[in-house]
Design a binder for this molecule. Structure first.
Ligand code: DON
Length: 714
């Protein structure tokens, strides 16, 4: 049998290839061991063949030597067939048929677990034959197809049986026959031994290359998904079962020492193949036919040992960094949503913004990292009413993370605090949490698509909690920042110029490119300033620049340059605006210069205030990570409940589980919190976007006569 195929020799392209080439060269000098001869066909192999392959969980395959030479998989098949049985029958049933205890014996040991009436484990021949009996199919051909399908999904290509090796083992495998009959005798198998032996011999005779083995091992490392094809070969829940048994039993009576020294779940085959798995990282496949006394490839063991030592890959070596879960913490006193606010609202948020905390979460969420996060949120909630979790950078989350977050939500709820989520999508890593929050009827108030929306919502809660209702329902021209300081007579003149306008949800108020001949004040509802950007594939992407609510003006730049609109402004809901014609204002300015200069002065004051805020925000976002590494000592908690002792001032926010209409109340939480940040990418600051939005001018809209120009939008 010479199945040598032209080697797909890759040029050495990088440090890993370079390392593998050197490793291969070094270990190729090892000529210890003997090739297996008990299956006569295996004795024909060239003992010098030697290939190494490493496959990563993202599908990069490094190979060196005879990596495309194909040989029979032999006992390595046992790991994959065991996985198949778990997926088909479930843990409990498979455990009732095959144990998980190491034997400390060779692969072909005849000892059986007579107490539990099952073979000791699925990695020794007896257990593998019990597993082979479980392969489904109505006919022998169908069972073979099932077995080949299961193995092929791991390899990412169709695998086939080497008929000569199969015939050779069928002719000589009498010890396996003896084991099968003994198991039949003890009731551990129920089918005719020859049918089980046929499928078992065939699974051992499947031909693979060591590159295939690396990919098959990497599929285990990748939680059961083949990194080349993206196809799931085994449900994630069974990966740990297979790897555990590989770790304790895969190397038979060498398993303890292997685990101690090399520390990788592994499986070997008498043709000279070995696989080793580093969960979450790589799969290793090695082929070299000379075997040691335990039946493992001598060079294969050496290769795995060197790779493990060189790269510190022992599975019990800790690589996790639970502390990296928090990327950055920001206070609502410094970072703001893109919502443009009235000066009064801005002042309120300056004073009370620290009641909002924002945490950028990153990486994988598992017990250790989520516990850190939960602890930090709990500490922040001593002062903050709202804690926003920006989950955009979370790539993975397990059930422990979901469980801890749900418990945290309840815990905070009892303390009148709210946990708010941004980027918690139903199909993301924390999807089940999203579904749970929907089921509890609280997703509306807790889950936002983007962090800006979450921030805006929290700001709105603060504003409504700290603002008298009357302030929010009525405007007179004199209350508008842009007209501040104008005497009553001038305001009366302006009242004559007001054009009340109504826009329906989704209606465009201002379109990019339009002539700017009006400026607006929002009287009721919310508008969004947005840009239409072309994507790479020529479709359109809408980017929200800012949103504006009652009392906020936009398009004033038209008074300065009268140019064209630089963005769209769209009504979010039913919006009432007061429009002012630039031309008419200019005319009034001729006869009443004070009106015009006051408006321009107010605009400048507003611009400079926004600019100052933009600088503050940038500074806060840039401030060192060092602050993050030195979290403030946790203060004595001043929970809102305790604060209610001074009940006149201390009223708490509604709980997360109460209906949406419940409005938050005032809080006495105090004290500036250190704003911790990193040098990471800066988001468009709210103040900067406000400056931009304000530059947007307005298209002339039809005047709606049903709105009275009294400036009382209510
Ligand atoms: O059962 C046998 O004898 C072979 N077909 C497979 C044994 C094997 O690969 C042992 N592993 N090192």
């Amino acid at each position: 049998m010479d199945t040598r195929v032209p080697d797909n020799i890759l040029a050495s392209v990088g440090p890993i290839d370079h390392y593998l080439t050197a490793l291969h060269g070094r270990i190729a000098g090892v000529t210890d061991g003997e090739i297996a001869t008990y299956i006569p066909e295996l004795a024909k192999v060239d003992p010098e063949l030697f290939g190494i392959a490493i496959a990563t969980v993202d599908g990069k395959v490094y190979t060196v030597g005879d990596s495309s030479y194909s040989f029979t998989i032999q006992s390595i098949s046992k790991a994959f067939v065991y996985g198949y049985t778990l997926a088909e029958y479930g843990r409990d049933y498979v455990l009732s048929r095959i144990g998980v205890e190491p034997t400390g014996e060779a692969f072909n040991s005849i000892i059986l677990d007579e107490v539990h009436k099952r073979p000791f484990n699925p990695m020794v021949n007896a257990g593998a034959m019990a597993a082979a009996e479980l392969i489904k199919g109505d006919t022998p051909e169908a069972r073979i197809a099932t077995m080949l399908g299961a193995l092929s999904r791991f390899a990412g290509r169709s695998l086939h049986v080497d008929e000569s090796v199969l015939r050779s083992e069928q002719a000589t495998g009498h010890r396996n026959r003896a084991i099968a009959y003994m198991m039949l005798n003890s009731g551990m198998i129920h089918s005719p031994p020859e049918t089980i032996l046929d499928i078992y011999f065939r699974q051992c005779s499947v031909r693979v290359t060591c590159a295939d083995l690396a990919v098959m091992a990497a599929t285990f490392a990748n939680d059961g998904v083949n990194p080349l094809t993206g196809e799931r070969a085994l449900a994630r829940e069974y990966i740990q079962d297979v790897l555990t048994v590989m770790n304790s039993c895969g190397m038979y009576n060498y398993a303890g020492q292997w685990s101690y020294e090399i520390g990788m779940p592994a499986k070997s085959g008498v043709a000279g193949g070995i696989i080793a798995v580093i969960p979450g990282q790589i799969g290793i496949g090695v082929f070299s036919p000379r075997l040691d006394a335990h039946g493992h490839s001598v060079r294969g063991v050496r290769v795995c040992r060197e790779i493990s030592e060189t790269f510190g890959l022992h599975v019990f070596r800790n690589h996790t960094n639970s502390g990296a879960i928090i990327r950055r913490e920001l206070s609502g006193a410094v970072v703001r949503s893109k919502r443009m606010r009235t000066p009064k609202e801005r002042a309120l948020l300056d004073e009370r913004g620290e009641l909002i905390s924002l945490i950028e979460v990153q990486g994988g969420m598992f017990f250790g990292s989520t516990e850190r996060l939960v602890r930090r949120i709990d500490a922040l909630a001593a002062d903050a009413e709202f804690v926003i979790l920006d989950l955009r950078r979370v790539h993975d989350a397990d059930q422990a993370a979901r469980r801890l977050l749900l418990d945290l939500i309840e815990w905070l709820h009892e303390r009148d605090r709210r946990l708010i989520f941004a980027h918690l999508s139903p199909d993301g890593p924390l999807g089940p949490l999203h579904i749970e929050l929907i089921a509890r009827g609280v997703a509306d108030q807790m889950v936002f698509e983007h962090r800006d929306q979450a921030l805006e919502w929290c700001e709105n809660q603060l504003i409504s909690a700290f603002t008298d209702t009357s302030d929010r329902t009525k405007f007179s021209l004199g209350q508008l920042d842009i007209f501040a300081g104008l005497p009553r007579d001038d305001l009366r003149i302006l009242e004559g110029l007001v054009r009340p306008m109504v826009f329906e949800p989704g209606q465009t108020i201002v379109a990019e490119g339009d002539e700017a001949n009006l400026f607006f004040v929002v009287a009721r509802g919310t508008v969004t300033v947005q840009l239409r950007l072309k994507t790479e594939n020529d479709s359109e992407r809408i980017v929200r620049v800012a949103s504006l609510g009652p009392g906020v003006s936009f398009g004033e730049m038209a008074l300065l340059d009268g140019g064209h609109r630089s963005a769209d402004v769209v009504a979010d809901d039913r919006v009432v605006c007061y429009g002012f014609s630039v031309e008419e204002l200019r005319e009034v300015g001729q006869s009443h210069p004070r009106i015009f200069t006051t408006i321009l002065g107010n605009m400048m004051r507003d611009f400079s205030e926004r600019l100052r805020r933009a600088n503050d925000e940038i500074r806060a976002l840039r401030s060192s990570r060092a602050a993050q590494r030195r979290p403030k000592k946790r203060r004595m908690r001043a929970p809102m409940a305790a604060a209610s002792a001074s009940a006149s001032a201390a009223m708490r926010f509604s709980s997360a589980w109460r209906p949406a209409s419940t409005s938050p109340k005032r809080s006495i939480s105090s004290g500036a919190r250190a704003n911790m940040s990193s040098n990471a990418t800066l988001p468009i600051s709210s103040a900067a976007t406000s400056l931009w939005a304000i530059a947007v001018a307005v298209r002339r809209m039809p005047v709606k006569s049903d709105i009275s120009p009294t400036m009382s939008p209510a």
